[in-house]
Every structure is written in structure tokens, then in C-alpha cells.
Design a protein around this ligand. Structure first.
Ligand code: PLP
Length: 232
């Protein structure tokens, strides 16, 4: 197992703990997803063998070989974090355990259909485009509560959280309002009881801004380059 990877994991864990300490949170309230989209099958295997149980990929075409070599052997918990085309749902439900990019009813309907056929409950995050950048996928914040109400009709989908991506900023401090707003949206939806149960999680924070996201309440952070690196 490479020492470089071990050192990076230790360093990230230390930074997560420091951010938790600053914000009065328990370190085990933050779950780390190793985003392996930039690295080879070998490096992905190494990451899972090093104890990074949660693996994130954002395209089925790129994840397929890795999933077949690792996930199909019962290793890793697989998170689909990228934009999901409706016609790809059949490839990924039953393989990936978590979906972070639920952002439209047509996708929800397809997930429901496939999950029901496999007799699975699929945990999902609703992706919200908090920053309003038109390059970002996700639901406009104003539509979140009505979307959650509609999802009550779909018994095989279990919404467990909200997800967002902040714009890339040189100064990560500038991402704070985006993360704070996602937390506010979650709390408001819970206070209004629009969904059949309270939605606890926030999937937010990437390599550049995860400490800020933790300070603002992230319970899942998605780390690529800072954690598993990037192949040339
Ligand atoms: C690529 C990706 C990440 C990880 O990016 P890094 O900046 O390398 O940490 C996280 N979330 C999503 C949705 C991604 O596509």
C-alpha cells in the first residue's frame, strides 16, 4: 500500500477533525467519500484497501470497470455523485448504493421504477443549485419543497439529504454562504414537514472547500484530488 496515500488519508482526517473541533462537532458526524473519477482502477483498489469504504464516481461509463472489479466483489459502498441521465438509471441502480444528484421528477420516476423492480430502497440526496450558476445541475432552491412533496409518492426512494456544489473559488471562505444556504433549506424543509420524514444529511464540500462545508454542517464530503490524487 502506498505511503503517499496513507499520508494523504492521515492529513485529510486531521483537517476534518480540526474543522469539527472548531465547529463543536463530533468527527464521526462527517463521512468521507473518496472520489475516484480522476484515478485508475489500481489506485481505486488501493483506496478501498486503505479503508476508504465510500467511493464516489460521476459517470457510469468511467466507473464501470472499477465497479465490476471492486464493487461486484462486495467491496466499497458506491456513491453516484454526477449528473445522472435517465437512460443510465438501469445501469447503476442495484450497483451504486447512494445517489447524490436527484434533481428532477423524470429521474425520480425512473429510479422508483427500477428500484421497485429490484425490491430496493434507494437513499438519495436532492441536488440543489444554490449558487444559481447556469453551468451547475440541480433544482432551483425555490422548487425544493414542492419537489420533496412530490417525492412522498415514491416509496422506493428515500431522501436522506440535500447536495450542492459551490462555485470554485480561490479563497474557499467565499463558498461559505452557499453551504450555509443549503443547511437553511434543509432546516426549513424539515420545519415545514414537507417530506415524510426528517431529512438529516448535507452532502457538500470538495477538495478546495471541505473545511468550510464542515463548519457549515456537512455530513458527507466528497474528496477527489486532495485525498486519492489525480493520475497524469
Ligand atoms: C469531481 C467531483 C468531486 C471531487 O472533486 P475534487 O475537487 O477533486 O475533490 C466532488 N463532487 C462531485 C459532484 C464531483 O463531480
Amino acid at each position: 500500500m502506498s505511503e503517499a496515500l496513507q499520508a494523504r488519508i492521515a492529513e485529510v482526517r486531521r483537517r476534518v477533525e480540526d474543522a469539527c473541533r472548531r465547529s463543536g462537532r463530533a468527527p464521526d458526524s462527517v463521512n468521507i467519500i473518496a472520489v475516484t473519477k480522476y484515478v485508475s482502477l489500481e489506485r481505486t483498489k488501493e483506496a478501498v484497501d486503505s479503508g476508504l469504504i465510500h467511493v464516489g464516481e460521476n459517470r457510469w461509463q468511467d466507473a464501470k470497470d472499477k465497479w465490476e472489479a471492486i464493487g461486484a466483489q462486495g467491496q466499497g459502498v458506491w456513491h453516484f455523485i454526477g449528473h445522472l441521465q435517465t437512460n443510465k438509471v438501469k445501469d447503476v441502480v442495484g450497483k451504486f448504493q447512494y445517489f447524490h444528484s436527484l434533481d428532477r421528477l423524470s429521474l425520480a420516476a425512473e429510479l422508483q421504477k427500477k428500484a421497485a423492480r429490484l425490491d430496493l430502497i434507494v437513499p438519495c440526496f436532492v441536488q440543489v443549485n444554490v449558487s444559481g450558476e447556469d453551468t451547475k445541475y440541480g433544482l432551483p432552491p425555490a422548487e425544493l419543497q414542492s419537489f420533496l412533496r412530490e417525492l412522498n409518492q415514491l416509496p422506493n426512494i428515500e431522501v436522506i439529504g440535500l447536495m450542492t456544489m459551490a462555485p470554485h473559488e480561490e479563497d474557499p471562505e467565499l463558498t461559505r454562504p452557499v453551504f450555509r444556504e443549503l443547511r437553511r433549506l434543509r432546516d426549513a424543509a424539515n420545519a415545514a414537514s414537507v417530506y415524510r420524514r426528517a431529512v438529516p444529511h448535507l452532502s457538500m464540500g470538495m477538495s478546495n472547500d471541505f473545511e468550510i462545508a464542515i463548519e457549515e454542517g456537512a455530513t458527507w464530503i466528497r474528496l477527489g484530488s486532495v485525498l486519492v490524487g489525480k493520475d497524469e
